[in-house]
Design a protein around this ligand. Structure first.
Ligand code: FES
Length: 52
């Protein structure tokens, strides 16, 4: 992770997982791999941001 140029944060809290955030994470990771950006951009799933 330290070598990454950018991080994308997608909530991994219970409320957002119930709203398909894991699907978003999977789609983002797949697209980053398609574009050979998986080493530059990491998708992080922190806990609840408190927006829900
Ligand atoms: S679970 Fe995502 S903001 Fe609360």
């Amino acid at each position: 992770m330290a070598d990454s140029k950018m991080h994308i944060l997608v909530c991994g809290g219970t409320g957002c997982r119930a709203s398909q955030s894991e699907q978003i994470v999977g789609d983002l990771k797949a697209e980053l791999e398609n574009r050979n950006l998986e080493n530059d951009v990491k998708v992080i799933t922190p806990g609840c941001f408190g927006f829900c």
